[in-house]
Design a protein around this ligand. Structure first.
Ligand code: ADP
Ligand code: MG
Length: 717
C-alpha cells in the first residue's frame, strides 16, 4: 500500500514537473500502469495522455435513463439495465467455455455472457449485489443476452452527479475484458481531466476567430466533449473541435500553397504567340466553352507570374480537358519551351498523339510519342530531338519520366486523367529542368469538393463544370442479365443507324483466370448475335500484345468494327464520338467512379447515347444503391459526392496517401459548412500574416510546427 502511494506521488510529481503534462506516457496515468498501458497502445494507439484526451466518445448515455428488461424487443440495440445479480457460473469447456450470469430487475431476467477474461470477471462480481449494466442486446435461443456487457456496482448517488451524460468510447474486446470497456475508459479520461488546467490546454486559435464564431475555449471544449452537462454543451464542444481540425488543416495547405506562390521560381511565359493564335483562330474545330476559356486564363496568368504553377484541373468526363492541355502546350512552345503530356495507358497516349498530330499538322510544331513499346531506333531519335530542342511536345506513358529521358528545356507538363499521380513521380518531372516546369494535373473523374479542398488543397485548383454545347445526357438503365437478348437487339438497331457500341467486361486483375474466361465466353456470345461479315467486332484486353491491342482499337476508331468488347483498359479517356451505346456486364462489380468513367466513353458527340448496366438478379444493397445513382444522374460531381457517402472519404482513390485527411471529429461528408468557414478564416488569416509571425498567432504557429514539422512548399500531393 505504502509503495503504491509512493508510486502514485512519484508519478504525479514526475508528471507535474514536466512542462507538458499531456506528452506523458499513458502508463503513468493513475489506474493504467504498465500492463494496461501496453494494451492501450496496442489496441487503440493511445501512447500519451494527449492521445487519451483525443480519444473521443462516440456517444453519451443518459445515466438516469434505465431500461426495463421486459421492454426489450428484437429491434432494441443498446440498453442500460439496473438489477440484482442472481447467478453466475462458468459453462462449457475449452473453446466453448464461457461465463454466464443472470441479472434480474423488477420486470424480468437477462443473461450476461463473457467469453474472455472469465476468471477475472467472475472474481469481481458478487451474486446478490446490484449492478448497472450496459451493452448491446442479442437473442440467443430466444433468450435476451448481452455479450461482454459493461458492468459496475450500482451507485445510489448516480443521479446526483452533475454530469448525467456518460461518455462511451470506442474500445475493443481485449480492453473490455481487462476492465477498459467503452464506458470505463471514461473514468481514466475523467481523472486525466482533473489533473489538467487551462494552462495545459491553451487556446491556439486567434481571438478574432474564436470571437467571431463564438467558439468555446479550447479547455472547455475538451472538457465538455467528454463530460458535457447537456447535449447542447456537447454540440458546442464538438463544433469547436471540428472547426479547429479543419482550420488547422486549411492553414496547413494554405501555407504550403502561399509559400510556393511567394518563393518558388517559375518559368515565365511572357507572350501568347503565333502558334497559339494561329491554331486558335484557324484550326480549333470548335468554340471553347466558357469553362475552358476560364481555365486557360488561369493557366495563362499563372505561367506569366514568375512562379511555378501546380494546378489541379477538375473536369467532368467529356468536359474537354484535352483541348485545354493542347492550347497550354502551344503557349509553352510560343515561349520557346518544350512540354510533355503523360497518359495512364498506351491506348490513350496514342490517341492523344494521333489527335495532336492531326490538329497541328499545318502549324510548325513537332510532336512525338514515347511509350514502353517504342522501338529502340525511334526512341533514340526522339531522345536526340528532345535533347537538342527540336522536339516541342512529347506525349507518352510513364516511359517519359525515366531518367534517360532528358529535355533541353521542359517548361510545361500535363498529367492526364490521373489525379493520383504519385508524389515521387511528380518530383521526377520537376527534376527534368533546372527551374521546375509548370504542372497541370487533370483528374480522371471529379473528386468531391470537400475532399479536394483538403486532400489537394495545396494545389491551385480549377473546375470545369460545363460540357460542350449540344451534348445530350446519356440515358442510363439497369437491366438484369436475362434481358441480354433485348439489349443485343437494341445494339443492332443503333448499328443499323451507323453507330457503334462498347461492351465492357469486368477484368479487375488481368491475371485472374476466371475473369479472362468470362471475357472470352462473353465475346463468343456477342459474336453469335453479330456474325461476320455483316458485323465486325474489336476486342481489347490486358493480355494482348500492344500491337494487337492497337490494331483493334484503331479498327474501332476507323469504324471498321462496330462493336468493341473490352475490359476496363478502355476505361479512361478514350474518345470515339460515334459510339452511342455502352453496355457494362456485371455492372455490380464496378465502383461508382469507374462506372461513370466507362459511361463517359459515350455521349461524346451530338447523338443521343445510352448506357445499359447489366447485372445478375442477386444484388447487395450497396450495389443496388450505386446502380440507382448511375441511373438517376450523369453529373460526375454529384456521383463523386455519393461515392464518398457510400465509401467514406478515405477510400476515394488516391486521397488516402495524401495524409491530409487525418480528422478525428470532422466529417467531410456532412461538415462542408464548417470546412467552408475554416477555409475562409484560414485564408483571411494568411492574407494578413502569411508566416504566422504576429505575436497573437505564435501559439498557433507552434502548434502547427509541432504537429507537422516545417511545412515544405516543394511538396506536391
Ligand atoms: P475529357 O475532359 O473527358 O478528357 P475530351 O477532352 O476528350 O474530354 O473531350 C471530349 C470531346 O469533346 C472530344 O471529342 C472533343 O473534341 C470535344 N470537345 C472538347 N471541347 C469542345 C468544345 N468546346 N466544343 C465542342 N466539342 C468539344
Ligand atoms: Mg481526357
Amino acid at each position: 500500500m505504502a509503495l503504491s502511494i509512493a508510486l502514485f506521488l512519484f508519478q504525479t510529481i514526475f508528471i507535474r514537473s514536466l512542462a507538458d503534462i499531456l506528452s506523458s506516457p499513458i502508463e503513468y496515468l493513475k489506474g493504467v500502469g504498465p500492463y494496461r498501458g501496453d494494451l492501450l497502445k496496442k489496441e487503440l494507439n493511445i501512447f500519451t495522455f494527449k492521445d487519451l484526451l483525443q480519444h473521443f466518445p462516440y456517444r453519451h448515455v443518459d445515466k438516469t435513463k434505465i431500461n426495463l428488461i421486459r421492454e426489450i424487443t428484437p429491434d432494441t440495440e443498446y440498453v442500460q439495465i439496473a438489477g440484482k445479480l442472481i447467478s453466475i457460473e462458468i459453462i462449457g469447456e475449452k473453446r466453448a467455455k464461457r461465463l454466464v450470469a443472470e441479472l434480474r430487475d423488477t420486470s424480468g431476467v437477462i443473461e450476461l455472457v463473457w467469453f474472455q477474461g472469465i476468471s477475472w470477471i467472475q472474481k469481481s462480481l458478487q451474486t446478490g449485489s446490484d449492478y448497472l449494466v450496459y451493452g448491446k442486446i442479442s437473442f440467443f435461443q430466444g433468450n435476451k443476452q448481452i455479450t461482454h456487457p459493461e458492468i459496475e456496482p450500482l451507485n445510489q448517488n448516480i443521479t446526483n452527479d452533475k454530469f448525467i451524460l456518460e461518455p462511451v468510447y470506442p474500445s475493443t474486446e481485449k480492453l473490455k475484458a481487462k476492465g477498459l470497456g467503452g464506458r470505463q475508459l471514461g473514468k481514466l479520461t475523467r481523472f486525466l481531466l482533473s489533473l489538467l488546467t487551462e494552462k495545459d490546454i491553451p487556446e491556439i486559435l486567434p481571438d478574432s476567430v474564436t470571437h467571431q464564431l463564438k467558439l468555446l475555449s479550447r479547455f472547455n471544449a475538451f472538457t465538455s466533449i467528454h463530460f458535457p452537462e447537456n447535449m447542447e454543451s456537447y454540440n458546442h464542444a464538438l463544433n469547436r473541435l471540428k472547426f479547429e481540425e479543419l482550420f488547422i488543416a486549411q492553414l496547413r495547405v494554405g501555407m504550403i500553397k502561399s509559400q510556393r506562390h511567394r518563393y518558388s521560381k517559375g518559368i515565365v511565359f511572357s507572350q501568347v504567340g503565333d502558334l497559339f493564335n494561329t491554331f486558335y483562330s484557324k484550326y480549333l474545330p470548335f468554340e471553347l466553352t466558357g469553362a475552358q476559356k476560364k481555365v486557360l486564363k488561369e493557366i495563362r496568368k499563372d505561367t506569366a507570374s514568375g512562379r511555378q504553377m501546380n494546378r489541379l484541373l477538375q473536369g467532368d468526363v467529356g468536359s474537354g480537358k484535352t483541348a485545354v492541355a493542347l492550347l497550354s502546350m502551344l503557349l509553352a512552345a510560343d515561349n520557346g519551351y518544350q512540354s510533355c503530356l503523360l497518359s495512364p495507358t498506351e491506348i490513350l497516349a496514342r490517341q492523344h498523339y494521333d489527335h495532336f498530330s492531326e490538329m497541328t499538322k499545318d502549324i510548325s510544331l513537332t510532336v512525338a510519342l514515347l511509350t514502353g513499346s517504342t522501338k529502340s531506333k525511334e526512341r533514340k531519335k526522339i531522345l536526340d530531338q528532345l535533347a537538342n530542342g527540336s522536339l516541342d511536345i512529347l506525349i507518352g506513358t510513364h516511359a517519359i519520366i525515366e531518367d534517360t529521358v532528358q529535355f533541353s528545356n521542359l517548361g510545361f507538363a500535363v498529367i492526364d486523367e490521373q489525379h493520383r499521380f504519385g508524389v515521387a513521380q511528380r518530383a521526377k518531372l520537376w527534376n527534368k529542368s533546372t527551374i521546375p516546369p509548370h504542372i497541370l494535373v487533370m483528374t480522371a473523374t471529379p473528386i468531391p469538393r470537400t475532399l479536394a479542398m483538403t486532400a489537394y488543397g495545396d494545389l491551385d485548383y480549377s473546375v470545369m463544370n460545363e460540357l460542350p454545347p449540344g451534348r445530350q445526357p446519356v440515358r442510363t438503365v439497369h437491366r438484369y442479365e436475362d434481358k441480354r437478348s433485348q439489349v443485343m437487339d437494341f445494339i443492332r438497331a443503333e448499328i443499323l443507324k451507323g453507330k457503334q457500341a462498347y461492351i465492357i467486361f469486368p477484368l479487375i486483375e488481368e491475371s485472374e483466370k476466371l475473369d479472362y474466361e468470362n471475357l472470352m465466353k462473353g465475346y463468343e456470345n456477342v459474336k453469335a448475335y453479330f456474325p461476320e461479315p455483316k458485323y465486325w467486332m474489336s476486342m481489347v484486353h490486358g493480355r494482348q500484345t500492344n500491337v494487337v491491342r492497337e490494331t483493334n482499337m484503331q479498327r474501332f476508331l476507323n469504324k471498321d468494327t462496330q462493336i468493341m468488347v473490352a475490359t476496363t483498359v478502355i476505361e479512361v479517356g478514350v474518345n470515339v464520338p460515334n459510339a452511342t451505346v455502352m453496355v457494362i456486364e456485371s455492372a455490380e462489380k464496378f465502383g461508382l467512379s469507374q462506372l461513370h468513367q466507362l459511361r463517359g466513353r459515350v455521349g461524346r458527340g451530338n447523338d443521343k447515347s445510352f448506357c445499359i448496366l447489366l447485372t445478375s438478379v442477386k444484388l447487395n444493397n450497396e450495389a443496388r444503391e450505386r446502380l440507382k445513382i448511375m441511373c438517376a444522374t450523369t453529373d460526375g460531381f454529384k456521383i463523386a459526392e455519393k461515392d464518398m457517402e457510400i465509401r467514406g472519404p478515405g477510400d476515394i482513390a488516391g486521397t488516402k496517401q495524401s495524409g491530409m485527411l487525418d480528422f478525428k471529429l470532422a466529417d467531410l461528408i456532412c461538415d462542408g459548412h464548417w470546412l467552408d468557414l475554416a477555409a475562409k478564416m484560414a485564408s483571411r488569416l494568411l492574407d494578413t500574416d502569411p508566416e504566422l509571425n504576429a505575436t497573437e498567432n505564435l501559439t498557433l504557429k507552434n502548434h502547427l510546427l509541432l504537429q507537422y514539422g516545417k511545412t515544405q512548399w516543394s511538396k506536391i500531393s
